[in-house]
Design a binder for this molecule. Structure first.
Ligand code: IPE
Ligand code: MG
Length: 232
């Protein structure tokens, strides 16, 4: 669909996938990473302009340190391994979220990859890392406050567009469709502001089992939905 601009995915169910196989949770995450790569590749092939992956939520950081360290290590290693993939597929990489919690080394990798892929013309790949929807709103407030303070303006009639411009995700179109795998039906503090009119799709499929075929089925289903944006 040519008007389709932005697909967002909450990749859930890695732990459950592993548990069902009597494996440690880490196996689920390793498989989940493979799924993520397949889905990124597919979205890039079918020319979806923006793909957001809810990779690590702010809340995920409350998991046992062992799992967090492992997830970060996995991310870090994936980075080293798949940078060429970003170039081969002309993918623009955009980290989103508070990356100050990561090591200097990983932070630099994230920023560098963003800078190095900035001119790419293909898929915009947004990885939400230590991201929270409310935190993003808070950041927008803080930025707006400083901006208007410096301009000595009291923005009594601030408009929706102006507010939106302060969001760290301001440069991304609003998601057309949000898919959540893993059987839960909630937003879990992912994008809040920009999901206002987004179609939501929840699937029982655990993230490591999610395939490009299922994505295609969901996209077909999406096409059949009538988006009225409050009109009749
Ligand atoms: C999602 O899988 C991946 C991350 C949050 C990094 P989970 O780890 O949440 O898997 P479940 O929900 O326990 O099955
Ligand atoms: Mg989960």
């Amino acid at each position: 669909v040519s008007s389709f601009k932005h697909l967002a995915i909450i990749m859930d169910g890695n732990g459950t996938w592993a548990k069902k196989r009597h494996h440690r949770r880490v196996f689920g995450h390793i498989r989940g990473l493979k799924t993520a790569l397949r889905i990124i590749k597919h979205c890039s092939q079918i020319q979806i302009p923006f793909l957001s992956l809810f990779t690590l939520s702010k809340e995920n950081f409350n998991r046992p340190a062992e799992e967090i360290e492992l997830l970060i290590k996995l991310l870090d290693k994936a980075f080293d391994k798949y940078i060429p993939f970003l170039f081969q597929n002309q993918i623009r990489f955009c980290p989103l979220g508070d990356i100050s919690v990561f090591s200097k080394d990983l932070r630099e990798k994230l920023i560098q990859s963003q800078n190095q892929t900035e001119k790419h013309k293909g898929l915009n790949l947004i990885l939400a890392l230590n991201y929270g929807g409310r935190q993003e709103i808070i950041q927008a407030f803080r930025k707006a406050y400083v901006y208007y303070f410096n301009q000595s303006v009291f923005p009594k009639n601030i408009k929706e567009k102006e507010i939106a411009s302060f969001f760290p995700s301001a440069n991304f179109p609003n998601p057309d469709l949000l898919i959540r795998t893993g059987g839960e039906s909630r937003i879990s503090n992912f994008y809040l502001w920009s999901l206002a009119y987004t179609e939501l799709f929840f699937t029982q499929t655990l993230w490591p089992d999610f395939t490009a075929q299922e994505l295609e089925q969901i996209l077909q289903n999406f096409k059949q939905r009538e988006r009225r944006f409050g009109l009749i």
